[in-house]
Structures are given as C-alpha cells and as structure tokens.
Design a protein around this ligand. Structure first.
Ligand SMILES: NC(=O)c1ccc[n+]([C@@H]2O[C@H](COP(=O)([O-])OP(=O)(O)OC[C@H]3O[C@@H](n4cnc5c(N)ncnc54)[C@H](OP(=O)(O)O)[C@@H]3O)[C@@H](O)[C@H]2O)c1
Length: 272
C-alpha cells in the first residue's frame, strides 16, 4: 500500500500527456497552462489556425506544447488530430473534451440549425472523439494509473440557468446529455483502465461569457452563494485532481465547480 500522501506526489502529473480540445482560449487555455506548468506534455486543438498560433506562443513558455487547427465536429478533423497525437506522443494519458459553444434566443426564434450545431460540438463530438481516442488512451492506461477522460460539462446541465433570462435550450440539453454520457462511458471503459469524469463549471471569464459578464455580472454574482465568478486556479485544481493519483478512483462523477450556484435558488430579499 502506498504511504506517500504528500500533495506534491499525490497530485503529481509529471511526464503525462494530454490533449485539450478548445485549448486556444478560455477554460481550455487555463487548463493547458496548468498542465504544462506541472510537467505534462500538451496538445491543444481548435478550429482557427490564428487562435492556435496565438495560444501556442503564450503556452510555449511553460513547457512542451503542440497545436493543431481541427474541427471536432468533423470526422476529418478528428482523424487528423488522432494522427497528430500518435506522431507526437504515441499514446494519450489525459483527454480533456472542452471545446464547446452556446446559443441564446427566445424559444419562438430558436433555429433548428443552431440547436443542432450546439448539440454537435458539445455532445456528439465528445462521443466521437472519445471513441476515436480509445486506442491511444489504452496505450497509456495502467491499473495503478488509469488514463483519464475529463469532460467539461456545465452547471447548466444540472440546473436551469436564470441569469439574463435568455433561453439556452440546446446548451442545457447538450450538457445534461454530456453528464449522462460521462457516466455511461465510465462504466464501459473502466475495464480498460480508463476513467471518465465531468467537471460542471459555473461562470468563468472567457469569450463565451464576455457578453453576459458585461451585462449581467451582478446577477451572476447574486446567483452564486459565494458571490463571485470562478478563478483559473479553481478549474485547473479540479483537473489536476482528476488527472493525478489522487483522482484515480474517481470514476463516473460529475463535479460542480460553481461556488454552490447549482444547489442554490439565488439571492433572496430576506438575505439583504
Ligand atoms: N466560461 C464559462 O463560464 C463556462 C461555464 C461552464 C462550462 N463552460 C464550458 O467550458 C468549455 C470552454 O468554454 P469557454 O468558456 O472557455 O469558451 P471559449 O473561450 O469560447 O472557448 C471555446 C473553445 O472551443 C473551441 N471550439 C469551438 N467549436 C469548436 C469545434 N467545432 N472544434 C474544435 N474546437 C472548437 C474554440 O476555438 P475555435 O472557435 O477556434 O474553434 C475555443 O478554443 C465549453 O465546453 C463550455 O461549455 C464554460
């Protein structure tokens, strides 16, 4: 039985390999930076070449990092990506399915195309890429140190968001589906020593939240029992836990990182 419980060893990520989809901005960029600072070799992937180049310039200061412009909703993009991972790493220890998108509209005006597009990147592409990466994950997997799939879900897959009162029907459905997919894959892949978990973030600063932060920051803060938005270290911390020895027995979990927002009904008058 292991008896070294020092945090530096228990949470060590040294020498691992990771793929972060949507790693060119927002949460993906934060996670990629955190992994690199802890000795993980990282590949990021997102659609736009210039965003990948920009992120690569920033991330290169922290460790060994590669970037590939590829669309996760396209079989061709996923195929180029798995080939790239095979060439660079030959295996994959950590897959972070983070690329995602949102669409806000009234119910009456919500286009079918927008609903399908959001489902495609937030849910369908996660299924397809996870399936496509199984051979690479299996190569890195061991009983004492499983390979890890970490899906970035959302608190909005747990509760129905009220902030801004703009309907995000596809987003909430896709994230709830992603949470359940996480559990189904966890059961399926455990015998291959691959764990699958989801993180369900609350609000963090990113391109996706630019607009709501500009217009509704006070509502967001009021809706959160801790009265604030999340900070980069709080998303990096949960990923470090899930990817390390400390998190090796956590499987099929959906972990909210939202200051308690999804278990709260928001600020009430009697709190004044
Ligand atoms: N920020 C929050 O408060 C928050 C809260 C809960 C959950 N999340 C989740 O966190 C994840 C990251 O979001 P974010 O807030 O960091 O937003 P963001 O800054 O807009 O980042 C989204 C990333 O996904 C990439 N992407 C989008 N569509 C793609 C596709 N088809 N193929 C490959 N890459 C694609 C984008 O790059 P390209 O456009 O260049 O492809 C970008 O790098 C999402 O899954 C989101 O739902 C965010």
């Amino acid at each position: 039985m292991a008896d070294n419980f020092q945090v530096a060893e228990l949470f060590s990520l040294q020498g691992k390999t990771a793929l972060v989809t949507g790693g060119s901005s927002g949460l993906g960029l934060m996670m990629a930076k955190g992994l690199l600072q802890n000795g993980v070799r990282v590949i990021i992937a997102s659609r736009r070449q210039e965003k990948c180049d920009e992120a690569l310039r920033e991330l290169s200061a922290y460790g060994e990092v590669f970037a590939l412009a590829a669309d996760m909703t396209k079989a061709e993009g996923r195929s180029r990506l798995t080939t790239f991972v095979t060439e660079k790493f030959g295996e994959l220890g950590i897959l972070i399915n983070n690329a995602g998108a949102n669409w806000g509209s009234t119910l009456e005006d919500f286009p079918d195309e927008a609903f399908a597009k959001v489902m495609d990147i937030n849910l369908n592409a996660v299924f397809s890429l996870s399936r496509d990466c199984i051979p690479l994950l299996t190569k890195a997997a061991a009983e004492e140190d499983p390979a890890r799939i970490i899906n970035i879900g959302s608190m909005d897959g747990i509760h129905v968001p009220i902030v801004s009162r703009v309907g995000t029907f596809a987003y909430v459905a896709s994230k709830a589906g992603l949470h359940q997919l996480t559990k189904a894959l966890a059961v399926e892949l455990a015998p291959k020593n691959i764990t699958v978990n989801a993180v369900a973030p609350g609000f963090f600063e990113s391109r996706m939240t630019d607009f709501v932060f500009e217009h509704y920051l006070k509502d967001i803060e009021d809706d959160c029992p801790l009265g604030r938005v999340g900070q980069p270290e709080e998303i990096v911390g949960i990923v470090a836990y899930l990817a390390s020895r400390a998190g090796a027995y956590t499987n099929g979990a959906v972990i909210p990182v939202d200051g308690g927002t999804c278990v709260s009904k928001g600020k009430r008058d009697w709190m004044e």
